[in-house]
Design a protein around this ligand. Structure first.
Ligand SMILES: O=c1ccn([C@H]2C[C@H](O)[C@@H](CO)O2)c(=O)[nH]1
Ligand SMILES: [Zn+2]
Length: 130
């Protein structure tokens, strides 16, 4: 599956966002090594701290179904620049995804930025640090 297709699946997931507070829809699509795609959207809550980002929704869906090996993730929002994952999502990616995994950041205008988990969170706190 090419990056553009993964971005288009993320765009579809964006429509599922539950965002009554920020009105900022985000979609993600996670490609597994086995070729499956798990999509995710952001899901907000009146207790703001329990809002869940699109990236973590997609990763947790996959992980909870026993899919632990990931190839790439695409993230999209109607943002001025390709939407950057928040710190919580970077930390989760650094724990559950390969350091060199492709992270495809995009916006609805079609601007795409390619990065990796390692580039998004250099010096990540990991289990070996405990
Ligand atoms: O990469 C990002 C950035 C933000 N959000 C969500 C969290 C919240 O619902 C809204 C505004 O921060 O966007 C994501 O899902 N992914
Ligand atoms: Zn996040």
């Amino acid at each position: 599956m090419d990056d553009k297709k993964l971005v288009s699946l993320a765009r579809g997931a964006m429509q599922m966002a539950y965002v009554p507070y920020s009105h900022f829809q985000v979609g993600a699509a996670l490609l597994t090594k086995s070729g499956k795609v798990f999509t995710g959207c952001n899901i907000e809550n009146a207790a703001y701290s329990v809002c869940n980002c699109a990236e973590r929704t997609a990763i947790f869906k996959a992980f909870s179904e026993g899919e632990h090996d990931y190839e790439a993730i695409a993230v999209i929002a109607d943002s001025r620049r390709p939407v950057p994952p928040c710190g919580a999502c970077r930390q989760v990616m650094s724990e559950l995804c390969p350091r060199d995994m492709r992270v495809i950041l995009s916006n609805t205008e079609g601007i795409i930025e390619l990065t990796t988990v390692a580039q998004l969170l250099p010096g990540a706190f990991v289990s070996e640090d405990m």
